[in-house]
Design a protein around this ligand. Structure first.
Ligand SMILES: C[S@@+](CC[C@H](N)C(=O)[O-])C[C@H]1O[C@@H](n2cnc3c(N)ncnc32)[C@H](O)[C@@H]1O
Length: 313
């Protein structure tokens, strides 16, 4: 079962940080200009693909449910004591916060291409009294980081949003020390199944895949992780899989009601309409289907994640 905070349509995740104490053991982050960025660090949009989810409160509420214990279970036992860990595409930072607690005297640098989402992440770290994590606005395609600076580079649900995933993995490889560990995990939307049958939810899957394809990204990224890691030059690759299962009223209620909102309010909705892949009326029908599914006593949903570990030799 997937569990965590409640979904609220009114939730306001992004709050300006009043106070944040920086980490004492920081990884080396070069001045932005040293890696070819303009002085304004928020101006990294040229490196950004079209992000299908966007950062609507309904999306962030769902991402905030994630924990390092679940999302990085395949990595945690492998984190060296005192590790310097890079968290790529950290979003609202709930996984980052957990990772920071698993570095055993080390530190985390978390980056995201969207500067705004880092404000919420900064608050979260302060609220949890975590002082060994830093945040930076940057794109994975051009990390403002020296070569061989990190022991571990991690990305959760990021490759599926990138039009150049192998290029991103090569850039993560560049900032790993020899012997350093890459750890990536992505969903595979093609493995999503629901019960009871509902043609409107089948249509949702079609629209999601079509929007991803239009954005030149792969919603079925999970199955491609093994080949992408190989192509990016990693060795000793280890692959595992895990399943998110929604089978009780709490988890199906949360998942279904969350997607009911996201189907209408997130970037996905805007892109589906802008690309001519769905109409507003159709999205409203799908949103209703999610709400009906969320309260169905037999509601069931599952999908597979693929996890990959590899060594930079
Ligand atoms: C699905 S969210 C995952 C967030 C977090 N890792 C988690 O699992 O909760 C994907 C994140 O990747 C970020 N992202 C997209 N393209 C990126 C890029 N080129 N460089 C860095 N981050 C990127 C998005 O802004 C978004 O916050």
């Amino acid at each position: 079962m997937y569990c965590g905070a409640d979904v609220s349509e009114d939730i306001n995740i992004i709050r300006l940080s009043a106070w944040y104490r920086p980490a004492s053991n920081r990884p080396e982050v070069l001045p932005i200009a040293a890696r070819g960025y303009p002085a304004d660090v928020s101006n990294v949009s040229a490196d950004s693909d079209t992000y299908i989810h966007g950062h609507d409160a309904s999306v962030l509420a769902q991402h905030l449910r994630r924990t390092a214990e679940e999302a990085a279970a395949f990595l945690l036992p492998r984190i060296p004591v005192g590790a310097r860990l890079l968290d790529v595409g950290c979003g609202p930072g709930s996984i980052t916060a957990g990772l920071a607690q698993h570095t055993n005297g080390g530190s985390v640098l978390a980056i995201d291409v969207v500067g705004d989402v880092l404000r919420g992440a900064r608050d979260l770290l302060a609220e949890r009294d975590i002082h060994n994590a830093d945040l930076s606005s940057a794109s994975v395609y051009r990390l403002p980081i020296a070569d061989a600076a990190f022991d571990v580079a991690y990305a959760h649900q990021v490759l599926q949003h990138l039009s150049r995933p192998v290029e991103a993995l090569r850039e993560m490889r560049r900032v790993l020390k020899p012997g350093g560990l890459i750890a990536v995990r992505d969903a595979d939307y093609g493995t999503m199944v629901h019960w009871p049958k509902d043609r409107r939810l089948d249509r949702f899957q079609q629209i999601y895949h079509a929007v991803a394809q239009r954005n030149e990204v792969d919603a079925d990224a999970g199955r491609r992780i093994p080949s992408w890691l190989k192509e990016a030059g990693f060795d000793q690759i280890e692959i595992s899989t895990s399943v998110w299962t929604f089978d009780d009223s709490e988890s199906t209620g949360n998942w279904g009601n969350s997607w009911a909102v996201r189907t209408l309010k997130s970037a996905l909705a805007e892109q589906a309409i802008e690309y001519g892949l769905a109409t507003q009326a159709e999205l409203e029908e799908i949103s209703n289907a999610w709400r009906e599914w969320a309260r169905h006593p037999d509601a069931f949903f599952m999908f597979i994640h693929v996890e990959g570990l590899g060594i930079r030799t």
